[in-house]
Design a protein around this ligand. Structure first.
Ligand code: PMT
Length: 220
């Protein structure tokens, strides 16, 4: 659609999946490709927005006309989100963020030793970026959008997550080893803090992105 309904607006989108390093060789990660977040960045730019895309480990080309900041870990993503959100009209957290990171980073490659059991990996909590940005709006009237990636009780978990995170909109999608992650299509329900629930049928990730921006435009 040739609409410029985001002209003059600055939107921040996170995409991809954080990687939490164990040593110089290994990390804890997830299956996000970044495609849903990049689709959000492209569609917002097409609708006239100034777009800052915070990309966590996505192997995708930088979209034209979008400011892209590349990050690795959840802690780095948090820094980048807080900086970019300072003057943003909307923040959309499509990135898959690790809830935990290894407590210790081994500066040399962890070795297996003959006859020894593997050492357990101790984890510590990562900051919850979406909850923080929702509680501490960086700018009055800023619209905050989260995602919920669920494998079971998708809608019930999504509703609970909306209440817990405190965002204005929460896009609930089902994920699995071969579902949603990396694919060109998605389906979702957009929940709002006002209580509306908008199902978006299976289709290109751009189509879901445009429906999300429709909801954002009503609120900015
Ligand atoms: O990248 P693709 O391959 O296209 O796949 C798209 C997707 C499945 C990654 C995407 O549609 C999606 O669901 N992204 C959110 C993934 C996620 O981390 O969901 P969650 O339910 O674990 O987290 C809920 C929300 O809190 C998310 O907006 C997340 O960005 C945010 N979060 C989570 C943990 C944390 N420590 N900080 C956060 O800000």
């Amino acid at each position: 659609a040739a609409v410029s309904d985001l002209a003059g607006k600055h939107v921040v989108v996170s995409a991809g999946g954080t990687r939490e390093p164990l040593d110089p060789v290994r990390f804890l990660g997830n299956r996000s490709s970044g495609k849903q977040g990049y689709a959000l960045a492209r569609t917002a730019a097409a609708r006239g927005a100034r777009v800052t895309l915070l990309s966590a480990n996505a192997a995708l080309p930088d979209p034209a006309g979008v400011d892209v900041v590349h990050v690795g870990t959840a802690v780095q993503l948090r820094e980048a989100v807080l900086k970019a959100a300072a003057d943003a009209d909307a923040v959309v957290m499509a990135a898959a963020v690790a809830d935990f990171r290894p407590e210790v980073y081994a500066t040399g490659k962890i070795k297996k030793k003959d006859g020894e059991e593997p050492a357990p990996v101790a984890l510590v909590r990562n900051p919850d970026i979406l909850a923080e940005v929702s509680a501490d709006r960086q700018r009055p009237g800023q619209v905050v959008v989260g995602f919920a990636a669920e494998t079971d009780d998708v809608l019930a978990n999504g509703r609970a997550k909306l209440a817990r995170k405190g965002c204005d909109l929460l896009v609930v999608n089902e994920v699995g080893e071969r579902k949603t992650f990396g694919s060109e299509e998605n389906e979702a329900v957009i929940l709002s803090a006002d209580g509306t629930e908008t199902p978006v049928p299976y289709g290109p990730k751009e189509a879901l992105a445009d429906r999300i921006w429709d909801e954002v435009v009503r609120r900015v």
